[in-house]
Write a protein that binds this ligand. Structure first.
Ligand SMILES: Cc1cc2nc3c(=O)[nH]c(=O)nc-3n(C[C@H](O)[C@H](O)[C@H](O)COP(=O)(O)OP(=O)(O)OC[C@H]3O[C@@H](n4cnc5c(N)ncnc54)[C@H](O)[C@@H]3O)c2cc1C
Length: 401
């Protein structure tokens, strides 16, 4: 057991709150400070692009903790931004001049939305990361008639689906040749494009936005092939970057997020990272990764809590099979592993036309990833198989069962 008696956690969302909860569950009875720059109590983000945008859920359904916060005996600092970290004095500095000392620190600051280089400030032009963003877009959707979504990654595609489900005209623009080409490869990307097109979304792939039209308010977009797309609401969904600007000059090594070893420890002893901000070496895949999905934030928080409580040299590697889900229209997409566009791809257990199938990704005969469309029960078995370094043949048996 470690000797830490003061733990600070920066970032009060999924990874930060779960780290606090797992620390208490693991027997930590020292001082615990949770610092977050949003005013809201920790809430869940996945419904923001789905039920919240469609007006089906109110914010009170998003609470990440249903039990009382008193039980956690937390010093909870909401609406407080960490502006710098002193790894020698072991203090987090907050906006306004206050400092929080620590023996152990968990960095869980997640990601901030990226903007396009030519993106202006115009009414009707939005990005989506926070509850406040989602509520603003939800209100704007009520007055909109033609919505454009820039970026057909998971969030962009979910926003496009939600807007279409609200009965609006929707156009989705993607710079790559298909939606999700980078994460799932172009074959699956094209299947997803067809899912959207069949439901009335106009999809433009392989195109960039060269101009945002309108003086004070968005009126349209110009694409690089000269296409002029009139619209009255735009959501830019071109990804996130890890929220690490406050760590500049701290001595914490950064490399597309907080660079961690296999145990999720940063370059500074006693300082760990969890969730969207953590870039760690995953021994299972023998590569570094940073994963921007819910399940990773949850599981990595549990791991970091255990690592903070472990004695010197006792922390274990975080050998994890990444997992995600995405709900678009009536399609539940689930994925596990680490697929690459260059992997061998087998589609089985159904067909793309039925919009119900299992896609298996193989590398040298080993199963490295799987994606299911409307086949929820199979994904857990496939995840386990990837964790056991199983082969494609065994995966095909599961997919076809
Ligand atoms: C709209 C949306 C839909 C999603 N849908 C899905 C889905 O369907 N399936 C799925 O698997 N995943 C989904 N995700 C991803 C999932 O929500 C994230 O992986 C998860 O929220 C990561 O949690 P986190 O705690 O690491 O980071 P975050 O949730 O980003 O939280 C980080 C927190 O730290 C705060 N912070 C940042 N910098 C500072 C600072 N300097 N000082 C203090 N506080 C700071 C931030 O404001 C934020 O509150 C979705 C995400 C979004 C935005």
């Amino acid at each position: 057991m470690s000797e830490v008696s003061r733990i600070a956690i920066v970032g009060a969302s999924l990874a930060g709150l779960r780290t606090a909860e797992f620390l208490r569950r693991g027997g930590f009875d020292g001082k615990l400070v949770l610092i977050g720059d949003e005013e809201h109590l920790p809430y869940d983000r996945p419904p923001l692009s789905k039920e919240v945008l469609r007006g089906e859920w109110e914010p009170d359904r998003l609470a990440l903790r249903r039990k009382s916060y008193d039980e956690l005996e937390l010093d909870l600092r909401l609406g407080r931004r960490a502006v710098s970290l002193d790894t020698i004095a072991r203090e987090v500095h907050l906006e306004g001049g206050e400092s929080v000392g620590f023996d152990g620190l968990a960095i869980a600051t997640g990601g901030r939305v990226r903007k396009l280089p030519n993106q202006p400030e115009l009414a009707g032009l939005f990005t989506l990361r926070t509850l406040d963003d989602a509520l603003t877009i939800r209100d704007a959707l009520k007055k909109a008639s033609r919505v454009a979504v820039i970026g057909a990654g998971f969030i962009g595609a979910e926003v496009a689906a939600s807007a279409r489900q609200l009965g609006l005209e929707v156009v989705m623009i993607e710079a790559l040749h298909t939606p999700l080409a980078q994460s799932l490869g172009s074959r699956l990307g094209y299947i997803l494009q067809q899912v959207h097109e069949r439901r009335g979304v106009e999809v433009h792939c392989g195109r960039r936005v060269t101009a945002f039209l309108g003086k004070d308010r968005i009126e349209g977009l110009m694409l690089d092939d000269g296409t002029d797309l009139p619209c009255d609401l735009v959501v830019v969904g071109v990804g996130v970057e890890p929220a690490v600007s406050w760590l500049g000059g701290s001595g914490i090594e950064l490399d597309d997020g907080v660079r961690c070893d296999a145990t999720c420890r940063s370059s500074v002893p006693g300082v760990f990272a969890a969730g969207d901000v953590a870039n760690w070496y995953n021994p299972l895949f023998e590569e570094r990764m940073r994963v921007e999905h819910w399940t990773n934030a949850f599981e990595q928080a549990r791991h970091v809590a255990a690592s903070l409580l472990a004695g010197p040299g006792e922390a274990k590697p975080f050998e994890s099979v990444p997992m995600f889900w995405s709900d678009q229209f009536d399609i539940k997409i689930q994925g596990v592993g680490r697929p690459r566009a260059t992997d061998e791809l087998i589609i089985t257990g159904g067909t793309a036309e039925e919009e119900k199938f299992v896609a298996l990704y193989g590398r040298a005969g080993r199963l490295v990833g799987a994606v299911t469309f409307n086949q929820p029960p199979k994904i857990i078995k496939l995840r386990r198989l990837i964790g056991e370094r199983g082969g494609l043949e065994a995966a095909a048996e599961i997919a076809e069962s």
